[in-house]
Design a protein around this ligand. Sequence first.
Ligand code: NAD
Length: 472
Amino acid sequence: MKYSLFLAGNWQEPKHSKPLYSPYSGEWIADVPDADEEETAAAVDAACQAEKTAASIPAHERADILLKVANLIEENRETCARLIALEAAKPIKTARKEVARTIMTYRFSSEEARRMPTEFINMDAAPGGEDKTGFVLREPVGTVGAITPFNFPMNLVAHKVGPAIASGNCVVLKPAEQTPLSAFFIAELFSKAGAPEGILNVITGDGKIVGRKMVEDERVNMITFTGSKQTGLDIRSRAGLKNVTLELGSNAAAVIGEDADIEQAAEKLTAGAFAYQGQLCISVQRIFVHKSKSRELQRAMKKNVETYTPGSPLDEAADFSKLISPQETNRVKAWIDQAVKEGAKLITGGEVEDGILQLTLLRETERSMNVRCEEVFGPVAVIETFETWEEAVSLVNDSKYGLQTGVFTNRLDEALQAARSIESGSVLINEIPSFRLDHIPYGGVKDSGNGREGVKYAIDEMTERKLISIQA
Ligand code: NAD
């Protein structure tokens, strides 16, 4: 199939196309537009021209459009899941979960459209404010440039498009090179749901051409980006004065206290470390367990790993599959080999079989090893020990990242100490760091980025506050 650009409500033949291959089989899937700067500018034009229309749609109509999109995804759940499995090599069982979450994200967006935040200001709290009535209006920023990664091609698009449209903005969406098909599918659903033309525009191509052009175009009022730290830095350096939110990576940690239920924790940790081959920004990567429970946890996780089945993403039995590219497989494998060469011990995994990297657990790693201090973004987790709770907290904080942290303990003092002292966007007690619901505030500190998503919180980032004061 040959895809076109989605601009101003129409499918527009691109100047150039590029073949898209399956990351699993290497087979051709489709030809997709490989847009240039001029086509990117045209997408921005289309959005800018629709700004007034978007801002003037009443909240209940914006809510209806978003609800219709959610319902259309629901009607096409299996098609959506298969698209994700095909273009991202996400096992179909995991892809179905992403589709279910995408539906939630658009439903939350629909609800939030009806309750755009407003604020009343007590003007007379300061001398000079007597007889004044003050309130704050929220206005859409105008055109939002949304740049998304490959790993959640539907739900991370939803986390940008949903809140942007809920709050009366127009969007230029640039999905990852490897995963454009689900973005085009969503454009089709917006069209079916009756979204006015130009409100959502989808443009595909090279990040360094299309993405950069969007970032540098002064007519784009805000960039909402999810992806790697390296790209985040590039965006930040080129964005000028526009609002930028950056949802970047991490090497998420989990702490397992002395009194934790190890079987239960191990089950969650295994799922959190290896769901979608570890290609999650909040994948469990660093596990710090109390010394007395280390052996038990290692055994339990190894046992769980052995029940995971590798295979084609479209195979119902598959729990994990290939990484997004052979280059990524080689990179992660090299990091494992390097760690082992420098003294780390393999608990399980470490090899590539039929192009699929085995689920890998390591112990006795050093803090300077890539598998520990960098974001692996692959099926690797390290298990290390601690003796005191202070030590556990300091091991977690020994990272340039800070997105989400999971802490397993039944002791209130330990839970509260972790909550107060751990440097990350969220601290989840008795839960893995990979846990996310689509309405909770979500985002990082340190090198994990800035700004928050989670529909209502994304709306906060995508609107400007305008104070109205009335003297009467
Ligand atoms: P990436 O940074 O390579 O690409 C993300 C997007 O940016 C793509 O659409 C790409 O085309 C575009 N891009 C590339 N160069 C650009 C440039 N110079 N200017 C503008 N846009 C550009 O990331 P990826 O490999 O697709 O995704 C993996 C990364 O995403 C990981 O680091 C992961 O942790 C992160 N991630 C973060 C979250 C979160 O919510 N914090 C969620 C998912 C993934």
